[in-house]
Design a protein around this ligand. Structure first.
Ligand code: GUN
Length: 288
């Protein structure tokens, strides 16, 4: 096959979303504070440091305030939860993101117990997952929200289509499956214990890959004309970054997200949107 998939350019769309938000922030009432995102990082995971820096930079460019809370991994999960609880009670903070993964001795559920649901801009608390599954309002997990925005922007068909999500994480696979069901797709979630992976993926009209295995999905695993979304960001030994999907898939798929420049920038745009939404809701209930 010689055709080449339409590029689902997340970088371009995210740039526009961020510009729109920057305009809204600049137009806020005179004397009011801008939206504020607090990012909590625990310990020293190198990749997390890069992601956290990107989030602060995105906040700055959109005119948001951001706070960085970098805690040592020697703290107990209760002590980290207490820091999160202080931010939850702070009227000057609209969104709180606890960067994952946490150090292995910390249970994320214990750490997040201190997080106010209205400030959960990652949409990870049980209450917000419940709202998502029930189709009720509330913050949606950023990567799934960004993927849906990108697919809709490019008019990728969703209703009635066969969607396969590879990966069942709480932060991508599970919430994305719920959003796709809400969009009337017929959804299969596959994972490391699934049999006959290629047989599943070959039937997918929409294939989302979020497993963290470099170049796992090859051209013969993809249905011609399918929309393929690559959530993987894998640093390989030569220092470059590759996705979970082999670039040769571009010759089979109808749409494909690039890595980098696909899902990653959309995640950050969704984070800013969630923070903006929380800010607007908070403004409505009490002036900042
Ligand atoms: N680590 C990698 N991506 C994310 C994300 O979207 N949110 C959080 N909290 N941690 C992450």
């Amino acid at each position: 096959m010689s055709s080449v998939a339409t590029v689902l350019d997340g970088k371009a769309l995210a740039g526009r979303i961020r510009e729109d938000l920057a305009r809204l922030v600049a137009q806020r009432p005179l004397g009011s504070r801008p939206p504020c995102l607090a990012v909590v990082q625990v310990g020293e995971v190198a990749a997390s440091t890069v992601y956290v820096r990107n989030k602060h930079r995105a906040c700055e460019q959109a005119g948001f305030d951001s706070r960085s809370i970098h805690l040592p991994e020697t703290l107990s999960e209760g002590e980290v939860a207490a820091h999160v609880a202080v931010l939850s009670a702070d009227p000057g903070v609209d969104g709180i993101l606890v960067q994952l993964p946490l150090p292995s001795h910390m249970d994320p559920h214990v750490v997040l117990a201190g997080l106010a649901p209205s400030k959960d801009v990652d949409g990870l608390l049980p209450l917000n997952i419940g709202n998502l599954v029930l189709g009720l309002p509330g913050p949606r997990a950023c990567t799934p929200a960004g993927i849906m925005r990108l697919l809709r922007h490019h008019d990728v068909p969703l209703a009635g289509t066969r969607a396969v999500v590879l990966g069942r994480s709480a932060i991508v696979g599970k919430p994305l499956a719920a959003l796709l069901v809400e969009a009337d797709a017929t959804v299969t979630v596959a994972h490391s214990r699934s049999r006959d992976l290629a047989d599943l993926t070959r039937h997918a009209e929409l294939l989302v890959v979020a497993v963290g295995r470099p170049l796992l999905v090859t051209a013969e695993m993809v249905r011609p004309g399918a929309a393929v979304v690559d959530v993987g960001i894998n640093r390989v030994p030569d220092g470059s970054v590759v996705g979970d999907v082999h670039p040769e898939v571009a010759h089979v798929a109808g749409w494909l997200t690039p890595v980098p420049g696909g899902v990653g920038p959309m995640t950050i745009a969704a984070l800013l949107e969630n923070t903006w939404q929380s800010y607007v809701t908070r403004l409505g209930s009490s002036p900042p």
